[in-house]
Design a protein around this ligand. Structure first.
Ligand code: PEP
Ligand code: MN
Length: 263
């Protein structure tokens, strides 16, 4: 069902009026984690002012260490909904387990499935049964074939609204957190009709490389970007090193607009 042979036209996922796929470049941005009302509202206002369409922010966080900040849970979801109310932005947030599916689906516009859960097949099957867009991140060591088969689990349940997100894969290279596999964009576009976006923040792990890789992501044909930004990256409770400041995000958005107009 994910294949272009089955469905030659690009799928356009309609997120309550924001269309993802078919050549539009949609920008999702916000902090890695929802930390507080002040932090989220400041981020949301900056995201809207810069002209992006979707606010990101994790309320349930998959952390490498169990002792790290795990997210605010439902409190974080409520803050995201409040930010949507205030700014008109749509929201995307991660769902980590079956237990919280109804809760997360109740608050969010797009359900993010993180890299670590890309092959959580029971979770994917449940997502197939609901009617809510799903953004499926590529697994840390997943091949493109495995990623498309993971999407197939959601599609085969009847949920057609799947967005793929390339977020870097694990390689031998240590200069960056992951290796952003931009090859995946044209490969996915040839094999599949599903929208594919690029996450240069997790893809590099370094804020200084995010602007170049964002522009590269657009140049290579992605349907959008997911970018981490934070009012004070040095104080971020997660992923500060890869988060842009608000001014950095604003200047990147200007470059992105110029680039998308040129294309
Ligand atoms: C995130 O988007 O903050 C995140 C945890 O992403 P990934 O699943 O790609 O690591
Ligand atoms: Mn993050």
């Amino acid at each position: 069902l994910a294949s272009r042979d089955f469905h030659p036209e690009p799928t356009i996922v309609d997120v309550d009026g924001v269309q993802i796929g078919g050549g539009n470049v949609v920008i999702m941005a916000g902090p890695c984690s929802v930390e507080s009302r002040e932090q989220l509202m400041e981020s949301a206002c900056a995201v809207r002012e810069a002209g992006a369409q979707i606010l990101r922010g994790g309320a349930f966080k998959p952390r490498t260490s169990p002792y790290a900040f795990n997210g605010l849970g439902e409190e974080g979801l409520k803050l995201l909904a409040e930010a949507r109310e205030k700014t008109g932005l749509k929201i995307v947030t991660e769902l980590m387990d079956l237990e919280n599916l109804e809760l997360v689906a109740h608050y969010t516009d797009i359900i993010q499935i993180g890299a670590r859960n890309m092959q959580n097949f029971p979770l994917l099957r449940e997502l197939g049964k609901i009617r809510k867009p799903v953004m499926l991140k590529r697994g840390l060591s997943a091949t493109i074939e495995e990623w498309l088969m993971a999407a197939e689990y959601v599609l085969s349940g009847g949920n057609k609204d799947v967005i793929l997100c390339e977020r870097g894969i694990r390689t031998f290279e240590t200069a960056t957190r992951n290796t952003l596999d931009l090859n995946a964009v044209p490969v996915v576009r040839r094999l599949s009709h599903l929208p594919v976006i690029v996450d240069p923040s997790h893809g590099t792990g370094v804020a200084a490389y995010v602007p170049s890789m964002s522009k590269a992501g657009i140049a290579v044909g992605s349907d959008g970007l997911m970018i981490e930004m934070h009012p004070n990256p040095a104080k971020a409770l997660s992923d500060g090193a890869q988060s842009l400041t608000i001014p950095q995000f604003h200047s990147l958005m200007k470059e992105i607009k110029a680039l998308t107009q040129a294309l």
